[in-house]
Design a binder for this molecule. Structure first.
Ligand SMILES: Cc1ncc(COP(=O)(O)O)c(C=O)c1O
Length: 436
């Protein structure tokens, strides 16, 4: 097929400058390992694991075979009041990875649905405990929690909010954690734990007993990798405990090894009450996400319902879809067999050193990173985002895929990447950012 703007017209692409893309399309037609191929046959190194999904690299045959087999045996099972074995098996596997005491999992199909599910679980939990007055939520500036109504309201990135203002009332935002004095911090910045006191101030302003939950990404990913300052998450945990507020970690990007452990909760040693996860759950092969909750949350909600009654009036037609479960099981098996989370942890110092070697470049104004994720801020051009958009295209046509948010590139290689791939990414970044 010859791709022209005309043949591309019917698909309204998400989060994309449709007119610009259709005039100059960048199509990925094949993936294998740490590479993509474009429509002209060009080989492109994947610097962002697709969109933080493909931790084990692209087109893993184990996942393809598991999905194909599943489709031949049981392609769909009604998830309400019926079930199929794969979802129970996958839930058990996920719970082996989640922190202790977090042994119940609700399946959804996207990170956005996981976030909205977590909001509803928080409300249902408080109501079951006789605290139904807790209807307020706290999140953070620069947060990304997906695009459904709940997640849009929690989100703190202006472009994602301004068209849809006022969608869900009762959300209050803490300050984001980017600080001038922390520029070029590798790992957790030293300064900024005090920013968690915003939650205390919000509790004092609105009443702690009106707040259901506080949502944060342990590392704010989509906004450009804001690593939590030392002591920040611990302080949030303390304040939540003091006011009976649930702490939700949105680990849609962090989960499944990106920080060197299964979840960022374990890397930072701070235990939330709820974790949302998606992306690498199936290595990106089939859409799937999940919400893991502390046992007490599950038991409280389930225990409050009459015997034989539905306990939570919530769920999706495709919750725990058989093919998604098959893909998830195969992906988790690869992670385990190949010790990919440990591999991510081992590769991290080299990755961060190499990425931070770009800090001498005048075009770059800040670099941050932790585990196998890093954010590179570029000095903006004439308008915000203009430089990042152009650079994303230039990098692509020079063999490197990087996810950009405005003028920030987010580098997050697959865990199977070798040091030579990291070197290649950094070389391309230096050359193209430097205009060579
Ligand atoms: C932290 C976080 N939450 C939620 C989402 C939304 O996930 P999805 O795009 O699968 O709906 C994302 C997506 O990047 C995310 O990074």
């Amino acid at each position: 097929m010859q791709y022209t703007a005309n043949t591309l017209e019917n698909h309204w692409m998400p989060f994309t400058a449709n007119r610009a893309f259709k005039a100059d399309p960048r199509l990925m037609v094949k993936g294998e390992g740490v590479y993509y191929w474009d429509q002209n046959g060009g080989k492109i190194l994947d610097g962002s694991s697709g969109m933080f999904c493909s931790a084990a690299g692209h087109c893993r045959p184990e996942i393809a075979e598991a999905v194909y087999k599943q489709l031949q045996v049981n392609d769909f099972a009604p998830p309400f009041t019926n079930g199929h074995p794969g979802s129970f098996e996958l839930a058990q596997k996920v719970c082996r990875l989640t922190p202790d005491g977090m042994d119940h999992v609700f399946f959804t199909n996207s990170g956005s649905e996981a976030v909205d599910t977590a909001l509803k679980i928080a409300m249902a939990y408080h109501r079951a405990r006789g605290e139904g007055q807790r209807t307020r939520f706290v999140s953070r500036e620069r947060a990304y929690h997906g695009v459904n109504i709940g997640g849009t309201s929690l989100g703190g990135m202006v472009k994602n909010r301004e068209t849809f203002s006022g969608v869900m009332p009762g959300v209050v935002h803490m300050r984001h954690t980017w600080l001038e004095e922390n520029r070029y911090s590798k790992g957790q910045p030293e300064v900024g734990a005090y920013l968690a006191d915003d939650l205390q101030r919000i509790a004092e302003t609105y009443g702690g007993t009106t707040i259901a939950a506080c949502f944060v990404e342990p590392i704010a990913g989509s906004t450009g990798c804001l690593v939590p300052p030392k002591g920040y998450l611990e302080r949030l945990r303390e304040i939540c405990d003091a006011h009976g507020i649930l702490l939700v970690f949105d680990e849609v990007i962090c989960g499944f090894g990106r920080t060197g452990k299964a979840f960022a909760a374990q890397s930072f040693n701070v235990m939330p009450d709820i974790i949302t996860m998606a992306k690498a759950l199936t290595n990106g092969a089939i859409p799937m996400a999940a919400v893991a909750v502390q046992d007490e949350i599950y038991e409280t909600i389930v225990g409050a319902a009459p015997e034989n009654a539905i306990e939570l009036f919530h769920g999706y037609t495709y919750s725990g879809h058989p093919t998604a479960c098959a893909a998830g099981l195969a992906a988790l098996e690869i992670y385990e067999k190949e010790n990919l989370f440990e591999r991510a942890a081992e590769l991290s110092p080299y990755f961060l050193d190499r990425i931070f070697s770009l800090q001498d470049m005048d075009e770059i104004t800040d670099i941050r990173g932790y585990g196998l994720i890093a954010g590179i801020d570029l000095a903006p051009g004439d308008a915000p985002g203009q430089r990042g958009t152009q650079l994303q295209k230039d990098l692509f046509w020079n063999g490197l895929h990087v996810k950009f948010t405005a003028d920030t590139g987010i580098i997050a290689p697959p865990f199977i990447a070798e040091k030579q791939h990291i070197d290649q990414m950094v070389d391309i970044l230096r050359n193209i950012i430097g205009g060579k």
